[in-house]
Design a protein around this ligand. Structure first.
Ligand code: UTP
Length: 412
């Protein structure tokens, strides 16, 4: 990036101090930072001014429940299988996260959750997809979103493991964008003397990054009408699930969202709801006592269904969303940063904080639910579909996922 352009951006986002620091650096360090600026999305900094935006009016939304799905399962499945066979369905795995809570040095998908034999998270994903390929006789195009830090190792890992039997012709990679990390005063942080602290721009960045990679055209040219977007870390979920696809198509909604009945009101999943009359998701930390205690028309807890980050999005409606710009969330996270240290030969040291110390700026897939305009919440059975791996131990961990996989009959 040209220095003049850099100055202009820094002034737009109240980063004068950072601008002065960079511009007074030696030419080599300055050149490195300016190169990094080419792939950082500074526009996310605007979110710092609106970070406490109030939510709209929250009301319950009606969910397609297990009992209702059971009654029409065959019909839904037929519609879903047909759509897959006609090549109308693509899948997209969100593998661009940093997996900081898990604490592995590699991409989360490369984590081995086996006990007596290796079972990698990516392997579970491909095995789940192969169930549908074998059932329908059709390969489902799979988009894999990586980030600039894990892209290479993921590609090498999948080549080494021959994509766990998946046809590589149907796999397309793309790299998501990065955003700068800021301290609690809103100032861009440094990770090294010649590098800003940065992080992937959140799991909602997938569609704009797909477009940058020209994959939206690929969808249109290849007749892909719906994309099943899902997280890499849920090792039980059904991917390109024909019943879910069929129910969403039949409903006419632009989005389908797989949901589970929450294990307890405080479970850390977003609750599906209506917000100002539109389908939406309230995050667990936004739930007030009033919402937690509210009942629906049947006397059931009004917000008892949580999203599991497995959505079916209709491509037609997604096009408009990028133009409208997605909301950017300001999230407190642990961010390694550069601190002055008179005892270090360089005068600096990198600090790895133990508790959150900074803001990451992220877009989230859950915002698509509202922006797409219509949504079918589709209930799934937790024991068969929801074993997320966020931590090494405890809740939502490698341990808990192993227990669930074994209980569901998988060999590890
Ligand atoms: P999480 O929000 O749980 O983040 O991601 P994470 O990176 O896996 O873990 P922590 O928070 O650092 O511990 C949910 C899904 O979204 C993907 C993740 O890879 C995971 O599949 N994700 C997250 C992205 O693809 N990009 C991002 O920028 C963030």
């Amino acid at each position: 990036m040209e220095e003049s352009k850099f100055r202009e951006i820094m002034l737009t986002y109240d980063q004068e101090e950072v601008m002065e620091k960079v511009c007074s650096m030696n030419e080599k360090d300055k050149a490195r930072i300016l190169r990094q600026c080419d792939f950082l999305d500074f526009s996310f900094l605007k979110a710092l001014k609106t970070k406490d935006k109030a939510r709209g009016k929250i009301e319950p939304i009606s969910t397609l429940k297990l009992s209702e799905i059971a009654l029409k399962k065959d019909e839904y499945e037929k519609i879903g299988v047909e759509a897959i066979k006609e090549g109308k369905i693509g899948a997209l795995v969100l593998a661009g996260g940093m997996g900081t809570r898990l604490g592995s040095n590699h991409a989360k998908g490369m984590y081995d959750i086996g006990i007596n034999k290796p079972v990698y998270i990516f392997q579970r994903m491909f095995e789940n997809m192969m169930d549908v390929v074998n059932r329908t006789g059709a390969w489902i195009p799979l988009f894999i979103m990586t980030n600039i830090m894990n892209d290479r190792e993921i590609k090498e890992f999948l080549i080494e493991h021959k994509c766990f039997g998946y046809n590589p012709q149907y796999i397309k990679f793309f790299v998501q964008d990065m955003s700068p990390c800021v301290d609690y005063n809103g100032k861009i942080m440094f990770a090294k003397p010649d590098e800003f602290a940065m992080s992937p721009n959140g799991n909602g960045g997938f569609y704009s990054s797909m477009m940058n990679a020209g994959l939206d055209k690929y969808c249109k040219e290849n007749g892909i009408e719906y994309i099943n977007v899902f997280a890499i870390d849920n090792v039980l979920q059904r991917i390109a699930d024909p019943v879910f696809i069929g129910a969403t198509i039949e409903s006419g909604c632009a989005t389908g969202a797989k949901v589970v009945k929450k294990a307890d009101p405080g479970e850390k999943v977003g609750s599906i709801c209506l917000e100002d009359g539109m389908p939406s998701v309230v995050e667990y930390y936004e739930m007030t006592d009033e919402l937690l205690q509210a009942k629906d028309a049947d006397g059931e807890p009004a917000y008892e269904y949580g999203v599991i980050l497995n959505y079916l999005f209709r491509v037609k409606e997604m096009d408009g969303i990028v133009r409208n710009e997605m909301p950017v969330h300001v999230v407190k996270k642990k961010v390694p940063y550069l601190a002055e240290d008179p005892n270090s030969p360089t005068g600096y040291v990198t600090v790895n904080p133990e508790t959150p110390n900074a803001y990451k700026l992220e877009t989230l897939s859950l915002d698509f639910v509202q922006m797409m305009g219509s949504c079918l919440p589709f209930e799934v059975v937790r024991e068969w579909e929801f074993a997320p791996i966020k931590n090494a131990m405890g809740i939502d961990s490698v341990d808990s996922a192993r227990k669930m996989l074994l209980a569901a009959g998988y060999e590890l």
